[in-house]
Design a protein around this ligand. Structure first.
Ligand code: GZL
Length: 357
């Protein structure tokens, strides 16, 4: 193509983009006269954990009227059928965007096809869908859960090596999240990978549904069935709280000194002060951070789409590893170095403030 023609084309595209953004700016100004908001239907999967509460809070704060949105929020109460019903309602209401945190990865093609035929973009937040047709959703923003698992277990491997503990002495049980949830699939893969790679004994894996009550119940079973266990890998902090209750009620001790009978607890999330305090007290040896503040991230995606800018198909947030012990300063996973954050009162207060709890 002739250069001058290409320049005109590019100039035209830039003007179109600016016009689209101008339209956006105007619509927010218009909104001041209550004229035009972007309507977003958000199907949240439930309220099972502190992480979920922090995530819902972040989404509701981002999709406020002041920010130019009309949010329709539906709580799926851990049932896919409720979420599918919510999506169909959003379609009938002709929302501008659908945001979905899917409770499980499978079974979404039909309803996502309906949204596609209605011309409504679907943004996945936090959890992924298992589909052969990636055109059924616009993009995903959330965590890389397998990486979270590999980072936490890489820290444990480095720590145990420094303490002179042989891999064959490590007896791990895994309290999983809701089976079929992206966070569970990735984190469970993380411990399976670590046990195979490092030579640990992975004694058992059972779902704890990301809740404290179920986490306690599963831990009570594991303590009876596997007296030799010395590491418990929980797939979120609420499960860890339940596991620690069960361990202490059984007269055992959580800590980091497994040579003297401690049981080491690994966990994920780190969104409330109680969990971070457990790290400071070394009742939880390591937390793989899972950042819940997706509200601004999803809003930025919608603003890009409003300006005709295509977001990346997959966006993963970068996350830390929280420990109190300073034996291990960084870990290497798949050839990449990750620093370890030493959890102190000061760091914990700052983090808890960030999550409003
Ligand atoms: C992770 C999220 C998980 C949290 C749990 O992004 O999907 O679900 O780790 C929550 O606390 O229940």
């Amino acid at each position: 193509m002739k250069k001058w023609l290409a320049c005109i084309l590019v100039a035209g595209l830039i003007c179109l983009g600016l016009l689209a953004c101008e339209k956006k700016e105007n619509s927010i100004q218009q909104e001041d006269q209550g004229e035009q908001l972007i309507t977003v239907g958000f199907s949240q999967l439930g309220a099972e954990s502190d992480w979920r509460s922090a995530n819902t809070k972040s989404m509701k704060e981002a999709f406020s009227k002041e920010n130019g949105y009309n949010l329709i929020f539906e709580d799926g109460q851990q049932k896919q059928s409720n979420q599918i019903m919510a999506i169909r309602t959003f379609i009938q209401q002709e929302v501008d965007y659908i945001v979905l945190a899917p409770v499980t990865e499978t079974g979404w093609d039909t309803v996502l096809q309906e949204a596609k035929e209605a011309g409504i973009p679907v943004i996945l937040v936090d959890r992924m869908v298992d589909t052969d047709n990636e055109d059924l959703f616009t993009c995903f923003v959330g965590s890389d859960f397998e990486l979270e698992g590999k980072k936490a277990t890489a820290w444990l491997k480095a720590y145990l090596e420094k303490k002179g503990i042989a891999p064959e002495e490590v007896n791990v049980v895994n309290i999983q999240g809701n089976l079929g949830a992206t966070a569970q699939i990735g984190r469970s893969e993380g411990i399976r990978y670590a046990a195979a790679e490092y030579g640990w004994n992975l004694l058992d894996q059972k779902p704890g549904d990301f809740t404290q009550a179920k986490g306690k119940e599963v831990m009570e079973y594991f303590l009876k069935r596997y007296p030799e266990l010395n590491v418990v890998y929980c797939e979120n902090d609420n499960e860890s709280f339940g596991a620690i209750e069960a361990i202490e009620e059984a007269g055992k001790k959580v800590g980091t000194d497994i040579q003297n009978g401690d049981i080491m607890v690994l966990s994920f999330d780190g969104v409330n002060g109680e969990a971070l305090q457990y790290v400071i007290d070394q009742k939880i040896a390591c937390i793989g951070e899972c950042n819940p503040l997706h509200g601004p991230r999803v809003s930025d995606i919608i603003q890009s789409l409003e300006c005709g800018i295509k977001p990346p198909k997959l966006s993963f947030v970068s996350e830390e590893i929280y420990v109190h012990d300073q034996t291990v300063k960084s870990v290497s996973v798949d050839g990449k170095e990750y620093s370890v954050t030493t959890m102190t009162e000061e760091v914990a207060n700052k983090k808890a403030e960030q999550f409003g709890n």
